[in-house]
Design a binder for this molecule. Structure first.
Ligand code: AR6
Length: 185
């Protein structure tokens, strides 16, 4: 399923993001950037050990030893991945009483898109950030993700954005969020 926004295309698919041939794929990382489980583990596994070296360098030089903040994004090469780049972002850990988490999740999508655009990239694939280990309710997460992406694409000429969902059930939730939001565009 896809929609066109200006000169941009937003597509929802089911699959494994490590196989995506977009110029950049997005990693749902944690602040340490040292890898983990879920999509983070799969991306490091497929990219090879040079990805961890690159992340170490970013922690040391760009972040001065600090963790990457929630809602922020950094970029590395993709090494053995089909994608040339990996954009690492940190989604919020879901907590029923955290007032800022919706904004932080939207920021992950926006910052990744901005970083890709700054490097003149025109295709990017996102996983469903925060909806695995970080337990963000997927219906709300999908609405936030689709709204953040469509808002960005309404103001910029970017190219192709893909949401790569890992199950049919997740795909349906994103499909429904996309329908609701495009009906209101
Ligand atoms: N391709 C696409 N989506 C995937 C893949 C894949 N290969 N593998 C998993 N998913 P999660 P989070 C989906 O837990 O919630 C890590 O340990 C998965 O089904 O990967 O942001 C990090 O190091 C789910 O829908 O990320 C952090 O510590 C979605 O990706 C923490 O988990 C996100 O699930 C981040 O948690």
């Amino acid at each position: 399923m896809h929609i066109i926004i200006g000169e941009n295309r937003l597509e929802l698919t089911i699959g494994d993001i490590t196989k995506e041939e977009t110029e950049a794929i997005v990693n749902a990382a944690n602040g340490s950037l040292m890898g983990g489980g879920g999509v983070d583990g799969a991306i490091h596994q497929a990219a090879g050990p040079e990805l961890l070296q690159a992340c170490r360098k970013i922690r040391k030089e760009q972040l001065k030893g600090e963790p990457l903040g929630t809602g922020e994004a950094v970029i590395t090469a993709g090494y053995n991945l089909p994608a040339s780049y990996v954009i690492h972002t940190v989604g919020p850990i879901w907590n029923a009483h955290h007032p800022n988490q919706d904004k932080q999740l939207a920021s992950c999508y926006r910052q990744a898109l901005k970083l890709a655009k700054e490097l003149d990239l025109s295709s990017i694939a996102f996983p469903s950030i925060s909806t695995g280990v970080y337990r963000f309710p997927i219906k709300t997460a999908a609405e936030i993700a689709i709204r953040a992406i469509t808002n960005y694409l309404q103001t910029a000429t970017f190219g192709q954005v893909k949401m790569v969902l890992f199950s049919e059930a997740d795909f349906r939730v994103y499909q429904s969020a996309l329908k609701n939001i495009t009906d209101s565009l």
